[in-house]
Design a protein around this ligand. Structure first.
Ligand SMILES: Nc1nc2c([nH]c(=O)n2[C@H]2C[C@H](O)[C@@H](COP(=O)(O)OP(=O)(O)OP(=O)(O)O)O2)c(=O)[nH]1
Length: 137
């Protein structure tokens, strides 16, 4: 990597239901993301992910159910062409009812065939879930 490259350190929640995965679209964006976001300085995976999911979807993740699924590296959506995202993805049980917050304009339950609606990093996640037969074609 050249010195001008930077990497966004992000966490994502893999929420599966009926062989589809939950994705979100932030207000003003034109593509879907895996729910989650950037780590703040000093936060653990758990702290960053549970905070982001509470902020976006108003549910609480259950700490002892956190299980890493994959790490994807891709060009970061919405950044300059030099910027990549490294997104660590976890499954976890949740409590509460999924309720998009004001910043989320849309939630969608996607199967693999819906990939083109997603940012590149989320597309890599859908590929992984499809390869493991966790979502429908
Ligand atoms: N959560 C998430 N982020 C993604 C995906 N694809 C992708 O390029 N990113 C990049 C762009 C996002 O701006 C960045 C981190 O997510 P975020 O911007 O929602 O994090 P944040 O809530 O802390 O953001 P901010 O409003 O403070 O800038 O990672 C994806 O599928 N999910």
């Amino acid at each position: 990597m050249s010195l001008t490259n930077t990497t966004v350190d992000a966490l994502a929640w893999i929420c599966l239901q009926n062989r589809r995965v939950l994705c979100t679209r932030t207000r003003g964006k034109d593509v879907l993301y895996m729910p989650g976001g950037k780590r703040e300085p000093g936060e653990s995976d758990w702290e960053a992910l549970s905070r982001e999911i509470q902020e976006e979807l108003r549910v609480g993740l259950v700490a002892n159910t956190l299980a890493e699924v994959t790490v994807v590296e891709e060009w970061a959506h919405g950044y300059s062409s030099q910027t990549q995202v490294r997104m660590k993805c976890f499954q976890a049980s949740y409590v509460g009812e999924i309720t998009p917050s004001a910043e989320i304009e849309e939630i969608a339950w996607l199967r693999y065939g819906d990939s083109e609606r997603c940012a590149p990093a989320a597309q890599r996640v859908l590929e992984c879930l499809h390869a493991r037969q966790l979502i429908d074609p």
